[in-house]
Design a protein around this ligand. Structure first.
Ligand SMILES: *Cc1c(COP(=O)(O)O)cnc(C)c1O
Length: 824
């Protein structure tokens, strides 16, 4: 499965192979536990890392050269999350060393798939936003962009999901327990980061901040290779250390707990992503993490700029600083602090550099998800940053008043400080800070970008219309097609050649072939093999046998009310009831057998989402053991959703569930991965579903439900979900069954609150969309009865997905956001 079209020549290949073999043998020789699968995995990873490190050195040398050779400024992509997944398969494909490792492993009596399966996911993210950042790193390398991703090195990731008695339980995800052979420690990179303390003004009229707590940030690099060149991108992750690791005085007095207090406080910064923010300590920790990430990253980029012989005058021209959502929105305040206090620039120059460098991507329209922090917490942890934010705000609001005289309510709405009411505290609005300091702000799909300027950011867009734009997300075809689905990739190579591997737009060449019956059959055979692989995994993990000839209907994503896994479950119950009513099938035709697959984690404090997981398990327990539906319907919840699990599930999907309430999903990227793997979407007119439908032809997607305007109108008129229930006998029966405890006989009231919510408020309009959803699912069945027609549509999905490559997304960012400014 060596990827074709790699740049190295055959002679280079030989040298690379020899180097890999030598490194592999050396590492294996060092292994103390012999030649077990684990030892082989570590040795292979270390050998790849050595080769990638050479590419890293060459890439850095190229990028330190004059601007003329670069396609853009150096990009610094700041993100709290990078959902990287496994690395070995990707590195082997990029280096073209799959066959070599396979041979080496065979010698030891191991198989390559076993070794690949053994690797832990680097799950340093939560969902789509983190996976996007990982896809972008891949595209940075592939596009030859001089770029660094900056993140935190979380010791326990987010959490590992277990299921006990149908309920989600969270465990620490100890992904580094066998060491981290991919990491390149950078002990020479050490930056001080402070918290708390006080600010004074010196005789020189400059601000002097004396932090109470002093940490040091140490860098660890993870190298991300291109697949068609020897370029790499870097993910640099920060680890906190105490500036004074032990309190020697306390130690000498035998008080070891007190002696290690500083180090423990530093360690806790790197424990987990998104510490539970329901406690004050959790909130403070999270703000510290954000400040730590931002400060270390900015100090690193300034140091690099100066090391390359540049002056601060050109910092903004030569460096782009991109904020992936609001988590790193402190960056402009920290950059100002570094330029003003550490480098003694005047305000106007520091601000010009900051706004030239900074840009921001918004990822959600939900007002409750826009970060704000109490002013009191800033006073306690980041007093100097608060002062700078006040000054930015002061100057900004003067501008607003000039533009909109006497409009006091506008000034209050736009202020970086939410002044609060009598009962609430004053808070810093992080998204506002990001917008004010950015030269460009984008949403992640056409619809989302439009809604962003009409709703949450309307006031800012009125002030700076040219600042706002759209860049639709994309996914890397290396991981999500070539690696995840070698069967389909090989079929494409055979039919349209290999050009799509470098330029995904070439998938369009499939369009004229989509109706070819032979191709359709081959496509279905590949799909079936992928389904067999998934079925084997389901059997292994859950002890459940599923029918590989059933329609695999899949919804995998974070569990969230707006994503409407519950609507999916309502359909499953409706189908269950319909099968019992009418075992012969609708209209005398047999039922199309279905396997509904769900996977996803619920945030640990999100009770409503956890209840949905429990309901899925309760429904599965009844349906999967009811002999009356045997062979016609199964419901499968696969625990611990991750990148590597997605890589197994996506290629096996027939139907992709993208059913968020219109206007709530910013873009989605899962939708793109499914379609790229030849699954047909059942979806709402939301996020990037819309652009996908337009690219492939809307007749190739099953679109249902209220559109954004209709949702808004219904809500404005006063949405009464109970009316939809009264008018739909099928919906009544579904809700009634859940409400009466049919799926929770030992605790019939278990789902009462959930049903009460649906009938009373139903914030995401499940009941309004239910009838259309069920009717559209019947159309899905009808098409699935005609395999040739199904295959043709699935192939048209694949053919239409070329534009949704992360490579195109990155080119858009380069052109419109990260280009070297004119006249430089
Ligand atoms: C792609 C991906 C996501 C995002 O899925 P959506 O359906 O767009 O929400 C989340 N988690 C993982 C592991 C992914 O690979």
């Amino acid at each position: 499965m060596t990827a074709p079209n790699r740049s190295p020549s055959a002679a280079d290949d030989g040298a690379l192979r020899a180097a890999f073999r030598a490194a592999f043998e050396r590492e294996l020789g060092l292994a103390t536990q012999g030649t077990t699968v684990d030892a082989a995995l570590r040795a292979a990873a270390a050998a790849c890392r050595d080769l990638l490190a050479q590419r890293w050195t060459r890439t850095q040398a190229e990028d330190a050269g004059p601007d003329g050779q670069r396609v853009s400024r150096r990009v610094h992509y700041l993100s709290m999350e990078f959902l990287m997944g496994r690395a070995l398969g990707n590195a082997l494909a990029a280096l073209g060393l799959e066959d070599e490792l396979r041979d080496q492993l065979a010698r030891l009596g191991h198989s390559l798939p076993d070794v690949l399966e053994r690797e832990s996911d680097a799950a340093l993210g939560n969902g789509g936003l983190g996976r996007l950042a990982a896809c972008f790193l891949d595209a940075f390398a592939e596009q030859g962009l001089p770029a660094f991703g900056y993140g935190l090195r979380y010791r326990y990731g987010m959490f590992a999901q277990g299921i006990e008695g149908g309920r989600q339980i969270e465990r620490p995800d100890d992904w580094m327990k066998h060491g981290e052979p991919w990491e390149l420690p950078r002990p020479e990179l050490r930056y001080p980061v402070g918290f708390g303390g006080h600010v004074s003004i010196g005789a020189d009229l400059r601000h002097h901040w004396s932090p109470a707590e002093r940490l040091v940030a140490e860098g660890y690099d993870f190298i991300v290779p291109a697949h068609h060149s020897e370029r790499v991108a870097t993910l640099r992750q920060w680890q906190a250390k105490a500036a004074d690791p032990i309190d020697f005085n306390a130690f000498c007095h035998g008080d070891y707990a007190a002696a290690s207090r500083h180090q423990l406080a530093a360690d806790s910064l790197n424990w987990v992503l998104y510490p539970d923010d329901s406690t004050a300590a959790g909130r403070a920790l999270r703000l510290k993490q954000e400040a730590f990430l931002v400060s270390a990253s900015l100090q690193d980029l300034i140091a690099r700029h100066l090391r390359e012989g540049q002056s601060l005058d050109t910092l903004g021209q030569r460096n782009a600083i991109h904020l992936n959502d609001t988590h790193p929105a402190l960056a402009p305040a920290e950059l100002m602090r570094l330029l003003l206090d550490e480098h003694q620039l005047p305000w106007h120059q520091a601000w010009a550099i900051t706004t030239q460098a900074v840009s921001y991507t918004n990822h959600t329209l939900m007002p409750e998800a826009l970060e704000t922090w109490p002013v009191s917490l800033f006073e306690e942890l980041l007093p100097r940053h608060l002062g700078i934010i006040y000054e930015i705000n002061h100057r900004f609001l003067d501008d607003v008043r000039r533009r909109f005289p006497h409009d006091h309510s506008r000034v209050a709405r736009m202020s970086l400080i939410d002044e609060g009411s009598d009962h609430s505290e004053r808070r810093v609005r992080m998204a506002a800070l990001a917008i004010v300091a950015s030269h460009k702000v984008n949403g992640v799909s056409a619809l989302h970008s439009e809604l962003m300027v009409q709703t949450i950011f309307a006031d800012y867009a009125a002030m700076w219309p040219e600042r706002f734009h759209n860049v639709t997300n994309g996914v890397t075809p290396r991981r999500w097609l070539s690696q995840a689905n070698p069967g389909l990739a090989g079929l494409l190579d055979g039919r349209i050649g290999t050009a799509w591997r470098k330029d995904l737009g070439q998938l369009a060449a499939l369009k004229p072939l989509a109706a070819d019956p032979a191709l359709g059959q081959e496509f279905m055979a590949v799909k079936r093999a992928n389904k067999q692989r998934l079925a084997a995994r389901i059997e292994r993990e859950l002890g459940l046998a599923v029918n590989v000839d059933s329609l695999f209907d899949v919804q995998i994503k974070r569990i969230h009310e707006y994503k409407r896994q519950l609507l999916n479950l309502l359909h499953v119950v409706a189908r269950y009831q319909a099968i019992l009513d009418n075992p012969q099938g609708p209209d005398g035709k047999d039922w199309v057998p279905r396997t509904v697959v769900i996977a996803g984690k619920a945030a640990s404090a999100y009770q409503a989402a956890k209840l949905i997981i429990r309901l899925a398990h309760d429904i599965a327990a009844i349906i999967n053991h009811d002999p009356r539906v045997a062979g016609r319907l199964k419901l499968v919840f696969l625990p611990n959703y991750s990148v590597s699990l997605a890589e197994t599930i996506l290629p096996a999907a027939d139907l992709s569930e993208q059913i968020s309430t219109a206007g709530t999903e910013a873009s989605g990227t899962g939708n793109m991965k499914f379609a790229l793997n030849g699954a047909i979407t059942i979806g709402t007119w939301d996020g990037a579903n819309i652009e996908m439908a337009e690219a492939m032809g809307v007749e190739n997607m099953f679109v249902f439900g209220l559109r954004t305007e209709a949702v808004a109108q219904l809500v404005a008129r006063g949405y009464q979900p109970a009316r939809f229930e009264r008018e739909n006998a099928q919906l009544q029966r579904v809700l009634n069954a859940i409400d009466k405890g049919l799926f929770s006989p030992t605790e019939p009231e278990r789902y009462r609150p959930l049903i009460d919510h649906l009938l009373g408020i139903d914030r995401y309009l499940l009941l309004a969309d239910f009838a259309d959803y069920v009717a559209t699912q019947a159309q899905v069945d009808a098409l699935y009865r005609q395999p040739a027609a199904w295959a043709e549509r699935a192939l048209r999905n694949v053919a239409g997905m070329g534009w949704f490559s992360a490579d195109r997304t990155i080119r858009d960012y380069v052109e419109r956001v990260w280009a070297v400014p004119e006249g430089v």
